[in-house]
Design a protein around this ligand. Structure first.
Ligand SMILES: NC(=O)c1ccc[n+]([C@@H]2O[C@H](COP(=O)([O-])OP(=O)(O)OC[C@H]3O[C@@H](n4cnc5c(N)ncnc54)[C@H](O)[C@@H]3O)[C@@H](O)[C@H]2O)c1
Length: 332
């Protein structure tokens, strides 16, 4: 698959490396309005650098584009890329505004079946194994899912000001995990807190949240988020069922534990942040995209999964504002 990368920032570089390492992929073009960023990525991972998106989309040699530019650019780039006949791997979220997402969906029509939305956690080997073992019946009927997701430290104010708020920026990954396990979600209840950073309060956002979801078949999901966690990137999950439980703990770079006069069992810190913790997931995500498009099947999570996670984020926002449980439908 001949791929162009649009957006050469933090996550763009991760995808560039995955493409460069994939035996069935070739990084043909890299595009960013900051030409130095495009040139740096091209020098490390290949491809012709440039800043002209039109030239990328008009290039008949390109089969697929990876959109890793800021969220407000996604809808326009995705719509144009699908119209140009490209398969698309688009970073999350599709957009912050559901109306714009729906407009985009109407424009791309059947082209949506060649779009993957970057909910990389579905491809984390441990989370995926739990999902497969739950589906195989190992813990009986799934009754409760617990998702813990805490960032090591809050992002700077400039990022948070345009992020769309905690639910649409951060919890959106966890809403997708909830749907990955529970399927359709029918109720959302959320509480938020401002205990971490004054500048987040001043931006009108929250910096911690607990969200409860009910699946259509009755199972519950409990999501805990914080923008700060002193012991690192806290990414855990528990699936509890009628016959037992499967859980995933945080990952460390190695399994070495230390014993000495200073104390015992001090282990290395957890993998630092998403770039380290989810490297295998980003690679597997790209691999799934290449395989699905190559086989003519729709990649998952697809456009409609991206929309469904945004519906849940908006419902959580409504619950936070009103103090009510919000009923949702059609998130499958
Ligand atoms: N899946 C994940 O784990 C994950 C992690 C981080 C970010 N993201 C998402 O990826 C996107 C990018 O985030 P980031 O942290 O890499 O941002 P970033 O600011 O580090 O990088 C964005 C890059 O896009 C470039 N850019 C701006 N406008 C552009 C345009 N019109 N066309 C092409 N390039 C353009 C910028 O110059 C910059 O180099 C966001 O939507 C974010 O939500 C996803």
């Amino acid at each position: 698959m001949r791929i162009a990368l649009i957006g050469c920032g933090r996550i763009g570089r991760v995808h560039a490396e995955s493409i460069a390492l994939h035996p069935k992929a070739e990084l043909v073009r890299v595009c960013d309005p900051m030409e130095t960023a495009a040139r740096e990525v091209a020098a490390r991972f290949g491809g012709v650098p440039g800043s002209d998106v039109d030239a990328v989309l008009a290039d008949p040699d390109i089969d697929a584009v990876v959109i890793a530019s800021p969220t407000p650019t996604h809808v326009d780039l995705l719509t144009r890329a699908v119209a140009a006949g490209k398969a698309v791997m688009c970073e999350k979220p599709i957009d912050l505004d559901l109306a714009r997402v729906d407009e985009c969906r109407a424009r791309i029509g059947d082209g949506a079946s060649r779009v993957l939305v970057g909910f990389n956690r579905r491809f984390d080997p441990s989370f995926r194994a739990v999902r497969e073992r739950v589906a195989a019946g190992e813990i009986g009927r799934l009754e409760q899912l617990v998702v813990i997701s805490r960032d090591p430290a809050p992002s700077p104010a400039e990022y948070l000001a345009t992020s769309g708020g905690l639910f649409r920026d951060m919890t959106i990954h966890d809403f997708d995990m909830a749907r990955f396990f529970l399927g359709e979600v029918v109720e959302v209840s959320a509480m938020g807190s401002n205990l971490v950073a004054d500048y987040i309060t001043e931006l009108g956002d929250i910096d911690g949240a607990v969200v409860t979801l009910r699946g259509a078949d009755g199972a519950l999901c409990h999501i805990t988020n914080s923008r700060r966690c002193t012991f690192g990137y806290d990414q855990r999950l528990e699936a509890f069922g009628s016959l037992g439980m499967l859980s995933v703990d945080n990952l460390r770079p190695d399994g070495v534990r230390s014993y000495g006069a200073h104390g015992t069992e001090a282990a290395s810190p957890y993998l630092d942040f998403f770039l380290d913790r989810y490297t295998p997931a980003y690679r597997a995500e790209l691999d799934h995209f290449i395989e699905a498009i190559g086989n003519g099947t729709a990649p998952r999570p697809g456009f409609d999964d991206g929309r469904a996670a945004l519906v849940l984020a908006d419902a959580a926002g409504e619950s936070l504002r009103t103090g009510r449980v919000v009923t949702v439908g059609g998130t499958r």
